[in-house]
Ligand binder design. Sequence first.
Ligand SMILES: Nc1ncnc2c1ncn2[C@@H]1O[C@H](COP(=O)(O)OP(=O)(O)OP(=O)(O)O)[C@@H](O)[C@H]1O
Length: 262
Amino acid sequence: MKPEVTSVGPLLAVRGLTKRYGARIGCADVGFDLWPGEVLGIVGESGSGKSTLLSCLAGHLAPDAGSVVFDTSEGPRDVLAMTEPERRRLSRTDWAFVHQNPRDGLRMGVTAGGNVGERLMAVGARNYGAIRDRATDWLGRVEIAAERIDDRPSAFSGGMQQRLQIARNLVTGPRLVFMDEPTGGLDVSVQARLLDLLRGLVREMGLSVIIVTHDLAVVRLLADRLMVMKSGHVVEQGLTDQVLDDPQHGYTQLLVSSVLQV
Ligand SMILES: Nc1ncnc2c1ncn2[C@@H]1O[C@H](COP(=O)(O)OP(=O)(O)OP(=O)(O)O)[C@@H](O)[C@H]1O
């Protein structure tokens, strides 16, 4: 019998990632490993470089230096050295990206069922009935009533739109999910419910996630590990509870004590 091949390395290995905007630093010399099933939170005040870093990692922005090695099904590959079609394929199959604004991650002119179903079609699903069944199932998992399947997201509340974006992203079982302030821009009560839902899905699916947020409550609940950014640099990283309960860097201490308005 052939031995099962199991991956032994990190899912994502990032080294020396640097992006400048002219003389201004976006992010500088960022490095970390993300292991399968791990949730990494990236926190820092506004302008600290979180979005720049996430955009570079997800291939939306070309960094000036560094490497982002992803453990593809054919072995580790530097994402930055991939061709555009290769990267697009990765974004459709192994990767998912949950935007802060659901409008950036949904097709507003397509029905809720279509939004979820077209992701399945992008990875090869062809049977209409089976696609609709999977879409219905996923709407249920994100607490959207099945009877809304033929409604367009423009008829949904902000919270529903965000849950639909999550269903669209997770339906194909991605190996790595990027999230950019997924609970930002929502009412506090809606945020709490969404966070609960996300936590359930992350645990149930054993997702590997990189999540950017300025909200420490979000990472406290979701992230195994935390990276704290200031002025484009990582100033502290470690296990979430350790970093939040016993911050070593003065900047993290300020963040945690809420002296800094993030
Ligand atoms: N397109 C751009 N052109 C020039 N400078 C930029 C651009 N985007 C970001 N920056 C600068 O890069 C630095 C990091 O910004 P970035 O948006 O990554 O931070 P952030 O932590 O995500 O902030 P926020 O939480 O407000 O989104 C800031 O100094 C910002 O002014």
